[in-house]
Ligand binder design. Structure first.
Ligand code: GLV
Ligand code: GLV
Length: 326
């Protein structure tokens, strides 16, 4: 069987695939266009894709032989899973292995913004540091403050648990109660408006869905404290970026730390011109260890799926339920 890989991923994953399959990899060091993906999967049984690939109906139905889609990411809002399910094609993601890594980046952003690390670094390199000064680069304390977690799935929970050393008051929103956070941190489940009004730091950890699109909009920014910091390591469109620019420019909030954007890789110049925001190039899972684990996980899912078994990280198990009842 043949597999198409839309971009070079860490070697151990590719080696695992090559043991069993004929593997064709995007030869360019760039994101493929939809047309190139469609061309790439011609005659292929499996598609190993990235979060930057639009895997819509046109792509999913382009090759009748296609029987497995393994994504090298935890978020799968770029894939039309409903269409894949209709076509009987299992889709897998890479949950778990990137949880701590992404939670760590959220903390890195939180401290970068509260202590103005990037601004301070630039200032120092530019030769502007003329000695200790009482009013230089004043930021916000973190210890004993209120932390608001929007979405306490794997990453939100890991992010919250890492606050232990900072003795924080933790608020969260989620569809379900998170007993672990309540027990270990005394966290309280509250409505989003309560969380926004009371939190010093708000970190987004929900997946992007129709329901979470622009979850944080102008109205929500108005609820936040003037000293608040907003962190987003989830997906850009969860925040209305225009409203965010306004909130940062007019200082409705203290600052923001972003790893994701509404129209990646485009970032509005207005956002880039502000110094109360720290910008990262979507690197939440980007450590040597985690990217290797993700590659192995995607390859393992591909291999199981192509053999007709349920991939360990299948996001549309209905495909198999249906197969077994018909
Ligand atoms: C990264 O954003 C991922 O979904 O893996
Ligand atoms: C700061 O360096 C201090 O000694 O207060």
């Amino acid at each position: 069987m043949k597999v198409f890989v839309t971009r070079r991923i860490p070697r151990p994953g590719l080696d695992l695939l090559k043991k069993e399959y004929t593997v064709e990899i995007n030869p360019h060091d760039r994101v493929l266009t939809k047309e190139e993906i469609i061309k790439g999967i011609r005659g292929k049984d499996g598609l190993l894709c990235l979060l930057t690939d639009p895997i819509d109906k046109e792509v999913i139905t382009a090759e009748p032989k296609l029987k497995m889609i393994a994504s090298y990411a935890v978020g799968y809002d770029n894939i039309d899973v409903a269409v894949a399910t209709q076509q009987g094609i299992p889709v897998s993601n890479t949950p778990g292995v990137l949880t701590e890594t992404t939670a760590e980046l959220a903390w890195a952003l939180l401290f970068s913004v509260t202590r103005r690390i990037v601004e301070g670094d630039t200032f120092t390199r530019e030769g502007k540091f003329k000695g200790w000064a009482p009013m230089l680069m004043l930021g916000q304390d973190v210890t004993k403050k209120t932390l608001g977690i929007v979405g306490t799935g794997r990453i939100g929970t890991a992010f919250a648990l890492k606050s232990k050393g900072f003795e924080m008051n933790v608020l969260y929103t989620d569809e379900q109660r998170n007993e672990q956070l309540e027990r270990e941190l005394g966290a309280k489940k509250v409505p989003l408006s309560t969380l926004l009004k009371n939190s010093d730091f708000v970190s987004i950890h929900v997946p992007l869905t129709k329901a979470t699109h622009h979850l944080i909009d102008e109205k929500e920014f108005h609820m936040m404290k003037k000293t608040a910091v907003l962190i987003n390591t989830a997906r850009g469109p969860i925040i209305n970026e225009k409203a965010l620019v306004k909130a940062l420019k007019e200082q409705w909030i203290f600052g923001a730390g972003l790893d994701v954007y509404e129209n990646e890789p485009e970032i509005p110049m207005e956002l880039k011109n502000l110094n109360n925001v720290v910008l990262q190039p979507h690197i939440g899972s980007a450590t040597v260890e985690t990217r290797t684990k993700m590659a192995l996980m995607a390859a393992e899912n591909m291999s199981r799926g192509l053999k007709g078994n349920i991939p360990p990280n299948c996001v549309n198990k209905e495909v198999f339920l249906r197969k077994s009842t018909t």
